[in-house]
Design a binder for this molecule. Structure first.
Ligand code: 3H9
Length: 695
């Protein structure tokens, strides 16, 4: 945090590392880490830190040491870019131990997000001063890891096992102001952080209070902690992730050890996790999200402040909620006052539910709603920088709507459609500014789901794409650039996945067996429970807009059969499952009969499925379609497909996404399996794809 009070005195020596410098200000040695973007603990930073501590320790002019960072945050953790490469010296546990062992008091000066290894550095320091907006956390579990440099040990000592476990197993970033009851921070300030740290250092010097206070020397107070209850809770919440259970084991096993033995055990478990497939998948997921945000063009986005949203239905109101939460001004348009009232009520309801679930504080909705205006008159969109439509899926309605929008808006207004399936090129061709039109495809519920497909039509300008991507970032969405095709990237793959599930039903796999196989494998929900939830007729009518493919006799016939029998899903209390009055689902014997009869009628051979057969068919369908999308240039890169599936379709993050799975399975095996399916079910259904695209 570079401020007016940043240390200005001359460098006392040329540091060994270009990213860590040392200054001396009134008997205080100030170590500054300057390694953009987030001061991650790369080898250069580790070398620099050790050298800085060692040289300040032997400098008689130095009484106290401060570790601070330049840029937007204190250290945000180990350098993720170094993961997957052989570990290099100095090893990180040795670095934190050097800091803690220092014979002079070391103060950490925290702002931004001090995460993982960054928080471990702070815990090894003898004092911690934090800016009031700072956050701390141990997010290692999100990468399939546990803290690997004493974090489990020092956090358990300073906060006790309950709070330490909560932080380590949840990975949450927590505001420093939540720790006022603990000894974690010595000062939490709203004033200039560098100045406060230096005042604190001067106080230690003037009080001659120069004996370091080491967290590692504290003992763990775990006498009345119920380890068994905590374990049950952690395993339940982990839903298939290994790291939280390992973190629990480390804390439980080491609670009575000294810090050095505890760290040795922690390190052993950390290294095992670092070599695990789950960790590789989670690190891939992190990188995939960051990559997805990157565009090849250098076009500059235009600034968006005022947003028009046409349509206040479930999608439109969810989208409006997102924009309002992200500080945009919103102008909501509906066809009638009644529809407008209903839309406004939905938005208010979204905010109330955010408050109820703890996603927002009590007063936040009022500030958001103050930025919302509504009208039935398109003229009120004239000042908007972005106008997004979320009306029902009818191309003629959408074309007519954009005619009205271009008539009232500025030429540079970005025009966006939230269509899920319609041809954006055709909509663009109907207006006189096709370059201004882009797809912004939100996923339902739009105020919750993180995925946003930014759809580039043939004529969409690079500036408009850059603007849509930037808006997505402000909305805190995972935005992925995709091209135009039926269903774009996500729903096209979802259709292929759904097709395979439907085919398996006709081949004799049971509804529960399919759903259980997929959820046991890690999917957030079974595909048939999802269809019941969203309404089987919805997908059926979207598909019916196009002729059913003649080469695929089973194509969504199971869904069509259920729709004919008026089993539309939860809304009719009957779909693939039967639902009781409490909404609890049960086996539906009628569905077995209906599907068996349909299979007989279509001449589809019955077989016995294992859970593994089901998962393989579903996963390879995704891989096959993903490779086709990549070849057709609908997505920029393979990892974008993974980002889409992780954030839009409940794919287990610890499995990295369908294309990561394909890479793990390996080219040769993918090729062989796809060839087997092609042989059995025809090339029309399992087409030849370019397996060489897999890395
Ligand atoms: C760990 O510490 C293990 C230790 O316990 C033990 C070791 C022995 N390294 O998200 P943003 C890059 S595990 C390298 O857009 P924001 C990121 O790729 C680690 N690079 O910004 C991006 O680069 P680019 C525990 C990193 O302001 C740029 O920074 N730490 C790292 O929205 C900006 O990122 C974590 O898991 C990193 N550690 O959010 C922290 N972190 O511009 C993970 C970020 O080229 N990081 N980058 O695309 C985060 O949660 C967020 O990035 C953060 C900033 C909150 C820091």
């Amino acid at each position: 945090m570079a401020t007016e009070n940043s240390p200005k005195e001359q460098n006392i020596e040329s540091a060994q590392s270009p990213v860590v410098t040392i200054n001396l200000v009134k008997n205080t040695g100030i170590i500054t880490i300057d390694y953009a973007p987030v001061n991650a603990l790369s080898q250069a930073v580790r070398i620099g830190l050790v050298h800085a501590i060692e040289s300040l320790e032997i400098n008689d002019d130095v009484k106290v040491i401060i570790i601070r960072c330049q840029g937007k945050t204190f250290i945000a953790g180990a350098d993720i870019k170094e993961f997957g490469k052989p570990a290099t010296q100095p090893y990180f546990p040795d670095v934190v131990n050097t800091i803690e062992a220092c014979s002079k008091p070391v103060i950490a000066s925290l702002f931004g997000t001090s995460l993982g290894g960054g928080f471990e550095v702070a815990l090894a320091c003898h004092y911690r001063i934090a800016y009031s907006t700072a956050k701390v956390g141990m997010p290692e579990v999100n990468l399939g890891l546990i803290p690997g440099a004493g974090g489990t040990q020092r956090l358990m000592r300073i906060l006790g096992p309950e709070q330490a476990l909560e932080m380590i197993t949840s990975g949450r970033h927590i505001s420093v102001t939540k720790f006022t009851e603990s000894n974690l921070f010595d000062v939490i300030t709203e004033n200039d952080l560098d100045q406060q740290s230096q005042i604190f250092a001067q106080q230690l010097i003037s009080d001659n209070n120069l004996t370091p206070r080491r967290v590692g020397e504290m003992s763990v107070n775990s006498s009345d902690f119920d380890w068994q209850a905590a374990k049950t809770n952690i395993i339940k919440k982990a839903r298939g992730k290994q790291a939280p259970a390992v973190a629990f084991d480390v804390l439980e096993q080491t609670q009575k050890m000294n810090v050095s033995d505890g760290m040795a055990y922690e390190r052993e478990q950390f290294l095992k996790l670092r070599a695990s497939e789950q960790s590789a998948a989670l690190i891939h997921a992190f990188a995939a999200e960051k990559q997805a945000a990157k565009l090849n063009s250098k076009a500059q986005p235009v600034e968006v402040i005022n947003v028009g949203i046409i349509g206040g239905g479930n999608m439109g109101s969810g989208i409006a909620t997102c924009f309002l939460t992200a500080n945009f001004n919103v102008q909501l348009i509906e066809q009638s006052n009644e529809a407008l009232e209903a839309g406004l009520a939905r938005i208010k309801n979204n905010f109330s539910s955010n408050v109820k679930r703890g996603r927002m504080n009590q007063s936040a909705p009022d500030a958001c709603l103050a930025r919302l205006n509504s009208s039935t008159d398109y003229q009120s969109l004239s000042h908007c920088d972005l106008v997004l439509e979320a009306v029902f899926e009818n191309i003629e309605v959408k074309k007519a709507l954009f005619q009205k929008v271009v008539a009232v808006c500025k030429p540079e207004t970005v025009l966006a459609t939230n269509t899920s399936y319609l041809d954006i090129d055709e909509i663009a061709a109907s207006i006189n500014r096709p370059e201004q039109l882009v797809g912004m495809h939100f996923f339902s519920p739009a105020n919750i789901m993180k995925l946003l497909e930014i759809v580039k039509a043939d004529k969409t300008s690079e500036k408009v794409i850059a603007t849509a991507m930037q808006v997505g970032k402000k909305l805190k969405k995972v935005s992925v650039l995709v091209g135009v095709c039926f269903g774009f990237a996500g729903n096209r793959m979802y259709t292929r996945y759904g097709r395979e599930v439907q085919q398996m039903l006709l081949e004799g796999a049971k509804v529960e067996q399919i759903d259980n196989a997929m959820t046991n494998w890690g999917m957030a929900m079974g595909p048939l429970a999802v269809q019941d939830m969203s309404g089987i007729d919805i997908g059926h009518s979207a598909r019916s807009a196009q002729p059913f493919p003649t080469h695929d006799k089973g194509y969504f016939r199971a869904a069509a059969t259920l729709v004919e029998a008026n089993r539309l899903g939860r809304k009719t209390q009957a779909g693939f499952y039967q639902y009781d009055e409490n909404g609890k689902k049960h086996h539906a014997a009628e569905v077995d009969t209906l599907l068996f009869e349909k299979a007989q009628q279509l001449g589809i051979k019955q077989r016995i499925f294992s859970d593994e057969d089901i998962v393989q068919r579903a996963l390879f369908a995704l891989i096959s379609e993903g490779l086709a999308l990549l070849k057709a240039g609908i997505v920029q890169r393979m990892s974008d497909i993974d980002a889409i599936w992780l954030h839009g379709y409940g794919f287990p993050r610890y499995k990295g996404g369908p294309m990561f799975q394909a890479s793990q399975i390996g080219k040769a095996q993918v090729e062989q399996k796809l060839a087997e399916f092609r042989e059995e079910f025809s090339e029309a259904i399992w087409p030849v794809v370019d397996v060489d695209l897999l890395r």
